[in-house]
Design a protein around this ligand. Structure first.
Ligand code: ATP
Ligand code: MG
Length: 280
């Protein structure tokens, strides 16, 4: 029996360009179960953010569509919270107020003021940020801002957490800390997560499945790798683990042999390539 939670079905998208429509994604199919952690990996410009933005409801698929618990998704909603690479906190609000804004939006009329306060603090505690409730974004570090962004997304109690390179702008140590926090939180809350990453180790460490995308134009899913490593996962123990290293090398092979990055393409050339691909 399948318990598909989120389904991408034949998702294609054409972006308008001066030289005609540009097919960024072509027939992307993916089924995700409740509580699954899925990473999207692929070369720059292949269409990872576009996939995420379609699931978020920020872009409309030209063909195909998204089903969440059997219902079609075509606009943004709080049940699909997004965390971007660069935090999108409001600079004039404190840590607490940034999370409060989202909580009020989602839970107005459902939670009392006290319940809201407890819920905001609970989520900031999950990311270890209760010590900086009254600080504004410019008074905390990049990693801390990212933590607040994650707390804000979690506080919306989303069915699906969408993360677009959430740790991409952080140094390696902070990144490792946040990966560990995210694994703990996910173990506790069982969120369904789609995370985009460029980092092979991050993908293997965090994911249940790694979805590897082909290069564009008309990018699609090339291969899907199951990551059956037991949880909780420990980065140090895994460094010497044969299964871990095998998975890692499968992703590397996909990226650097099967989908070797071609030079950046200009839209005109891309359209020519696309036409060729369609003929073939
Ligand atoms: N609004 C748009 N209009 C036209 N083309 C677009 C638009 N958004 C994305 N594209 C094109 O679609 C393709 C996929 O872009 P996307 O941002 O999804 O890539 P990505 O895999 O997220 O890349 P990166 O890893 O660099 O973030 C690219 O060729 C990009 O130029
Ligand atoms: Mg992107």
């Amino acid at each position: 029996m399948s318990n598909t939670h989120l389904e991408l079905s034949q998702v294609s998208i054409d972006f308008p360009t001066p030289s005609g429509p540009f097919r960024a994604l072509n027939k992307v199919n993916l089924k995700i179960d409740q509580g699954e952690f899925v990473s999207l990996i692929g070369h720059s410009g292949c269409g990872k953010s576009t996939v995420l933005n379609i699931v978020a409801g920020l872009h409309q698929a030209t063909e195909g569509g998204i089903l969440l618990d059997g219902r079609e998704v075509n606009e943004p909603g709080p049940e699909r919270a997004v965390v971007f690479q660069n935090h999108s906190l409001l600079p004039w609000l404190t840590t607490y107020q940034n999370v409060e804004l989202a909580v009020k939006q989602v839970f107005r009329g459902q939670k009392s003021r006290r319940e809201m306060r407890e819920w905001i603090e609970y989520n900031l505690d999950l990311v270890h940020m209760t010590h900086a409730l009254d600080k504004r974004p410019d008074e905390i570090s990049g990693g801390m801002k990212q933590r607040v962004g994650i707390a804000r997304a979690l506080a919306m109690q989303p069915k699906v957490l969408l993360m677009d390179e959430p740790f991409g702008a952080l140094d390696a140590l902070t990144r490792a800390h946040l990966q560990d926090s995210l694994m703990e939180i996910q173990a506790q809350l069982g969120n369904t997560v789609i995370m985009i990453t460029h980092d092979v180790d991050e993908a293997v460490l965090l994911s249940d499945r790694i979805v590897m995308m082909t290069n564009g134009p008309a990018a699609t899913i090339g291969e899907v790798l199951d990551v059956n490593l037991s949880r909780p996962r420990n980065r140090i123990a895994l460094a010497d683990d044969t299964d871990y290293n095998h998975l890692r090398s499968q992703v590397l092979t996909f990226l650097y042999e099967k989908q070797r990055k071609v030079e950046p393409i200009n839209p005109k050339k891309a359209n020519e390539q696309q036409k060729k691909a369609e003929v073939a």
